[in-house]
Ligand binder design. Structure first.
Ligand SMILES: C[S@@+](CC[C@H](N)C(=O)[O-])C[C@H]1O[C@@H](n2cnc3c(N)ncnc32)[C@H](O)[C@@H]1O
Length: 233
């Protein structure tokens, strides 16, 4: 997975006179800055996270029936392409056009169709019918963006739909391997319980991932959340 410094900037909050804090939408200029940061990362490392699906995506989604899936911030498409090969109808979006170009090539090479778009998820409206599966894999967002992205991810679920999130755990900096070295973009179980309070929780826990890549060997600490939107059949 990711290595080195991966931070996406500090939290952006509105300090109101009451002392409460509220997430504010990112400006288009700050999103443009993030796009060029991610583009630069993907240009300097053409297969940054590899082309094979994440192990927890395989574990959780492998046994499920195929449906309509949304891969939020799909990067270079490793999970989206795997989902399509499993028969899911996949929509996948990412801020980085460099990553999406790689993802399109990967889908073509593996003979699957994925509806890829270059888009900011914070300005992207899901179709009204929603998705049976929403995947968030290793987003690294400061608190304001994290809360808004998670709110939108829940809103993109169809009744009965499943949300799967896998991310670098807050403890990874001190006790794990690789990943962002900026606490503000790391997650833990408490944050996820709060962000996804509207979902029925199936899993919300620390999980370990074996890393053996580019001279790094050991365990990375991730957080895995799986939640269901009540409703449907
Ligand atoms: C660490 S990468 C993970 C990529 C992919 N999900 C994976 O697991 O391989 C994080 C991705 O989030 C994307 N991203 C960050 N903010 C975003 C936003 N607001 N809308 C869409 N994509 C975003 C970045 O462009 C980057 O590709």
């Amino acid at each position: 997975m990711s290595r080195g410094l991966e931070g996406t900037g500090g939290p952006r909050v509105d300090h109101r006179p009451t002392g409460t804090m509220r997430a504010v939408p990112p400006s288009s200029s700050s999103q443009a800055g993030r796009r060029s940061l991610w583009n630069e990362r993907y240009r300097s490392e053409p297969s940054r996270y590899g082309d094979e699906a994440n192990q927890f995506v395989l574990e959780v989604i492998g046994p499920l029936a195929a449906g309509r899936a949304l891969d939020v911030a799909c990067g270079q498409g490793r999970n989206a392409v795997w989902l399509a090969r499993r028969g899911h109808r996949v929509t996948a979006i990412d801020l980085s056009d460099v990553a999406i170009a790689h993802a399109r090539r990967l889908a073509a090479a593996r003979g699957v169709d994925v509806d890829f778009s270059v888009a900011d998820f914070l300005a992207w409206d899901p179709p009204a019918e929603g998705y049976d599966l929403v995947l968030l894999s290793y987003l690294q967002l400061p608190p304001g963006d994290r809360v808004m992205v998670h709110r939108r991810a829940v809103a993109a679920l169809a009744p009965g739909g499943l949300l799967l999130l896998i991310a670098h755990h807050r403890d990874n900096i001190d006790h794990g391997l690789g990943g962002p070295q900026n606490h503000t973009v790391l997650y833990d179980e408490e944050m996820l319980a709060e962000d996804f309070a509207g979902l029925e929780v199936e899993r919300n826990e620390r999980v370990l991932r074996q890393v053996d890549r580019d001279g790094l060997k050991g365990e990375a600490i991730d957080v895995l959340f799986v939640g269901l939107l009540r409703g449907g059949d």
